[in-house]
Design a protein around this ligand. Structure first.
Ligand SMILES: Cc1cc2nc3c(=O)[nH]c(=O)nc-3n(C[C@H](O)[C@H](O)[C@H](O)COP(=O)(O)O)c2cc1C
Length: 176
């Protein structure tokens, strides 16, 4: 699949088959996240990969709309340092989701509404224990659910995008 096709055909898919994701494919997906740029190359993003599906169900309890994680083969928690932005985390997340789709693996980002819950469950550093940078106060921005798409369930909820003319403004938002 070429890059443009992978980007424009990717949909946030919530139902997966029981087919496992091969390790080498998962490694490629993780590399795609690692290669995302960040502001001043501060590299504020870390990943916690959850392959234990029972554990993933427990982790899912920290979000209100985490149903995609319940049937996923793998979850990837996208963690961010306090001095990092959600934009940095989003770049890594989208890189991984597009790379996954290029391999035929569907994904859905899921929100984490209870940060104390996820920090506790995933053991994020609280007091400067991050061995690389000593940063404190990590958060989880999203957890990505991954799996091969279940063919009997629609790939997405079919939500449409706004018209391109409403989305894009040229030179200035409001015309002179
Ligand atoms: C930051 C973020 C958080 C999201 N959280 C959830 C979530 O908790 N549960 C869920 O089912 N989908 C979640 N989504 C997926 C959105 O619902 C999805 O991107 C949107 O409906 C468009 O889907 P489509 O690409 O299939 O059209 C999230 C998406 C983003 C970008």
């Amino acid at each position: 699949m070429d890059a443009y096709k992978a980007i424009v055909t990717k949909r946030d898919t919530r139902a997966y088959t029981n087919q496992p994701i091969p390790d080498e494919m998962l490694q490629r997906i993780l590399q795609a996240g690692r290669m995302a740029g960040s502001s001043k190359n501060t590299q504020p993003v870390r990943l916690v990969v959850i392959r234990d599906r029972e554990w993933l169900k427990e982790v899912a309890e920290c979000g209100k709309f985490s149903q995609p994680l319940l049937g996923a083969q793998v979850g990837i928690a996208v963690c961010c340092a306090p001095d990092g932005s959600d934009f940095d985390a989003g770049r890594a997340a989208q890189n991984m989701m597009v790379a996954a789709w290029n391999e035929g693996i569907a994904t859905c980002p899921t929100s984490v509404h209870d940060q104390p819950c996820i920090i506790e469950k995933l053991g994020l550093p609280r007091g400067g224990e991050d061995p690389v940078t000593g940063r404190k106060g990590w958060r989880v921005v999203v957890i990505i659910a991954l799996g091969y798409p279940e063919p009997s369930v629609p790939m997405s909820m079919g939500r449409e995008r706004m018209r391109i003319d409403d989305y894009v403004h040229w030179e200035r938002w409001v015309g002179r």
